[in-house]
Each structure stands twice: as C-alpha cells, then as structure tokens.
Design a protein around this ligand. Structure first.
Ligand code: HPA
Ligand code: ZN
Length: 330
C-alpha cells in the first residue's frame, strides 16, 4: 500500500517534461531554441525564481491546441498516480497562454477535459485553481476572471504566482474580492522570495485560506503565531526551494523546524519537470535527509488532507487511509 497523498501546490505547466515538450513542438511545428533534450536540460540550472520563470514561459510555447493541454494534464495525472496522489488541486496560468495568442477557452477547456476523467482513469479527485501572474496588471487578471465566471468551464479557486518581489498581494485585492463573492476558494504564493509582509497582506487583504510556499514566514514570530493559531496551511515545496536558491541545500530545509513549530505544512512538487522530481521524490528525499520515519510522513500526508478544499467527509475517508498505511509500517 502506498502512502495516500494530496498535492496542493502544482503548476500544470511545470509538469511539462522535455520529451512531451519535443513531441508537442513537432506536432505543432514550433521551432525550439534547443537542438536536443540534453541541450534543454542543460538550461535547468537556475539562479533564482526569475531565471526559472524565463525558461518556464518560453517552454510552454509548444502548448497550442486544446488537446495539448489535455495531454499535458493527463501525463501529470498518470505520474501522480504512481506517486500515490489521491487528490490534486492544480494551478493553471491562463495569462501564460492568452498573452501569446492562445484563446482562454482553448487552454482552460483542455485542462478541464483531462480533470473530468481523472477519478475514473486514475482514481484522483481534483480541483482547478486559476493562478494570476502578479507581474502583469491586476486589471488583466480581473478581465480574465470575469470571462471565466461568465464562461462554461468551472473552476474551484484562484491564486497568485510568478515574480513576487515588487508585486505585493495588495495589488490584487479587487480580484480576490470578486472571486470570494462568487464562492471561489482563495490561495496565493507569498513569502517565497518576498518578505513576511506579503504573507500578512495575502491573509488580511486578500483573505487567502492557504499560503503557497510561505517559507519566509519563519522570519516573523508574530506571523508564525497567527499561522499556528488559525491553522493556516503552508504548501511547502522543498525541491523548488533548493533549485530556486531560496534554501542552500536540502539539508538546510526548515521543514522539520516548521512541523515542530506547529505549522500546518505539507509537501508538494511545484514544477516537478524542472525541479528534479514529483511529490513522492520530495518526500523520499526528505525522509533520507532528516529520517522522517512513518510518523512524520503520515503527519505530512494528514496535513495535506486537512489543508485541502475537500469536504469534511472526504477528508475523514482519506485520513483513515493514511492511518491504515501507518498501521502497516514498522
Ligand atoms: N513561484 C512563483 N511562480 C511560479 C512558480 C513558483 O514557484 N512556479 C510557476 N510559477
Ligand atoms: Zn508555485
């Protein structure tokens, strides 16, 4: 039996593996700046978030047709299944596609097509969270949100991602207020490269229910008190933190300190095609590095369940499966 996992911080565009990228380039007659898989992989040496984003936005230019978005999402779900993922709340960046001429509906409906078959095909329930690029104007995000609300493709929530420093959450207050008024769930990246003040803003101005990354919250004791008191989840992504140089090495990662501080943290893969592995790889590496053992692995899995937007009944059912897994471990 695999440890049943919930994944809450996963950019679907960040699951684009080099092999599929080359296949889609050939299918869509897109000329790539890289001559081979090896030449593409040689670009995966990032110095910070922006250096990664430059490649991430460049690579997704191969996604052109509705079926491309479906194939991308299906490939993730197939891999997630082998990791033991039972529920995934997936981020999708509409502006990364509309800004290069792909219609909103083409991209969004392509992802939705794959999610609609996810329970049947892989035993994975899903939610779809549209993330807005904070380094583009809030007015553009508002326009796209209005289009989505008026259109026929259902989503479950909104989030905020892309280059963080210089783009504080407060810029998006109106966008999040509109989403809330329509019953959407609210999350935001904050405290990845940006200061703890951005986490406060995400909580108090945007009203987010969950913070993505949030790792720099460790610099602010009052913020930690708030996160612990209100059981605000942080979706932590260890491989991402190391590859984007937020943390020097995995051995320096504060995940255990965060657990010990009483924070509701869970482990996620962020952009697994770029950062060296999927959610199971992240957990296995942490287990090796810190000797987490079955109790803390089960705790991380239970935290993911609690942090999710599943119903209480769904959470209880999955948590019982984690307990069953734990009872089978030494
Ligand atoms: N941070 C911000 N924006 C992103 C990320 C990330 O880790 N991945 C994809 N877009
Ligand atoms: Zn992210």
């Amino acid at each position: 039996m695999k440890l049943p996992l919930v994944e809450l911080h996963l950019h679907i565009e960040g699951t684009l593996e080099p092999e599929l990228l080359f296949e889609l380039a050939a299918r869509n007659a897109v000329t790539l700046p890289w001559a081979s898989l090896a030449e593409l992989r040689a670009q995966y040496d990032f110095t910070d978030l922006q250096s990664f984003l430059n490649l991430y936005y460049r690579a997704l230019d191969v996604l052109r047709e509705r079926i491309d978005f479906t194939d991308l999402t299906r490939a993730y779900l197939a891999r997630a299944r082998t990791a033991g993922v039972r529920h995934a709340e997936i981020f999708f960046d509409p502006q990364a596609h509309t800004s290069r001429g792909v219609p909103l509906h083409t991209a969004l409906a392509g992802v939705r097509d794959a999610l609609d078959g996810a329970v049947k095909d892989w035993g994975i329930s899903t939610k779809l969270i549209v993330t807005f690029l904070r380094d583009r104007p809030a007015a553009e995000a508002l326009q796209i949100l209005r289009e989505i609300l008026a259109g026929g493709v259902p989503i479950d929530g909104i989030g905020l991602d892309s280059a963080e420093v210089g783009y504080p959450p407060e810029l998006f207050t109106e966008v999040f207020a509109l989403a809330r008024a329509h019953g959407l769930r609210l999350v935001a990246h904050a405290g990845e490269e940006g200061p703890p003040d951005y986490v406060w803003q995400a909580l108090d101005l945007l009203g987010v229910e969950r913070v993505d990354h949030g790792i720099r919250s460790l610099e602010d004791e009052a913020l930690l008190d708030r996160l612990v008191r209100d059981r605000i989840p942080l979706t932590v992504c260890p491989f991402s933190n190391v590859r984007l140089r937020v943390i020097d090495t995995l051995a320096d990662h504060p995940i255990v300190r965060m657990l010990d501080r009483g924070l509701l943290v869970c482990v996620n893969s962020d952009d697994p095609a770029y950062f060296g592995g999927y959610i199971d790889d992240n957990l296995a590496a942490l287990d090796t590095e810190f000797g987490l053992g079955p109790d803390r692995l089960a705790l991380l899995a239970r935290n993911g369940i609690e942090a999710s937007f599943l119903t209480l009944g769904e959470k209880a059912a999955l948590a019982a499966e984690v307990d069953a897994w734990r009872s089978l471990q030494p």
